[in-house]
Design a protein around this ligand. Structure first.
Ligand code: HEC
Ligand code: HEC
Length: 168
């Protein structure tokens, strides 16, 4: 399968085949197609906002979003190169069990349908999203993440991000 023409514009930030190397840009390779589709639709319709990404989604049609979702979902996720701290990984693992993250994200944060894969995602991106949910800057989650993130301290967020970024 060759990439859809509109995927060329994504490379600048999300990297070749959706494997970004700059940790502020999420890895899209191997993400669930349905989650990608929903996020593109949310950026396009203004339910999720970002100064860089909102403009990128503005010109996409529904068919583009489905095609882009399927393309990135079919790509192989590359290792993120993150050097995790072992004590934080252990504390993060313990916290995921307490807060029941796997109830939705599944064991190992592999994701399913509209619930994202977060395993092996960039540390900096995970921290930003958990803080954005906590501060209710990101609210396109129908309440699932804003309520969970509200209970997390910044130390919890740091530990969880070490644990999840380290899952490959
Ligand atoms: C100029 C940089 C830039 C370009 C080009 C760009 N994006 Fe993004 N994208 C971002 C940023 C930054 C975010 C994270 C926003 C945030 O922090 O919430 C993002 C987030 C996303 C997300 C959400 C991922 C997740 O895990 O929630 C998807 C899906 C996405 N982009 C798809 C695309 C597609 C498809 C294209 C090409 C049509 C594209 N992006 C082009 C910067 C960019
Ligand atoms: C009740 C179900 C549920 C639980 C429990 C849950 N999540 Fe989520 N999570 C979601 C959904 C749904 C989304 C996607 C929201 C959207 O569409 O914007 C999400 C999104 C995320 C994202 C953003 C991913 C991205 O690519 O932008 C991160 C990070 C995350 N969750 C981490 C966690 C962690 C860590 C826990 C446990 C502390 C957790 N989640 C518990 C349902 C859940």
């Amino acid at each position: 399968m060759s990439p859809p023409a509109k995927a060329e514009a994504c490379v600048a930030c999300h990297g070749p085949n959706g494997n970004s190397t700059d940790p502020q840009y999420p890895i899209l390779a191997g993400q669930s197609w349905r989650y990608i589709y929903i996020q593109l639709k949310d950026f396009n319709e203004g339910r999720r906002k970002d100064p860089l990404m909102s403009a990128m989604a503005a010109g996409l049609t529904r068919d583009d979003m489905i095609e882009l979702g399927n393309w990135f979902a079919a790509q192989k996720q590359a290792p993120n190169g993150f050097k995790a701290d072992a004590a934080k990984v252990a504390a993060g693992s313990k916290k995921t069990d307490e807060v029941l993250c796997p109830m939705c994200h599944l064991g190992g944060f592999s994701g399913q349908n509209e619930i994202p894969r977060v395993a092996g995602q960039h540390y900096a991106y995970i921290v930003k999203q958990l803080n954005d949910f906590k501060a209710r800057i990101r609210t396109n989650d129908a309440g699932s993440m804003t309520s969970v993130a509200g209970t997390l301290s910044s130390q919890d967020i740091d530990n969880l991000a070490h644990y999840i970024a380290n899952l490959n």
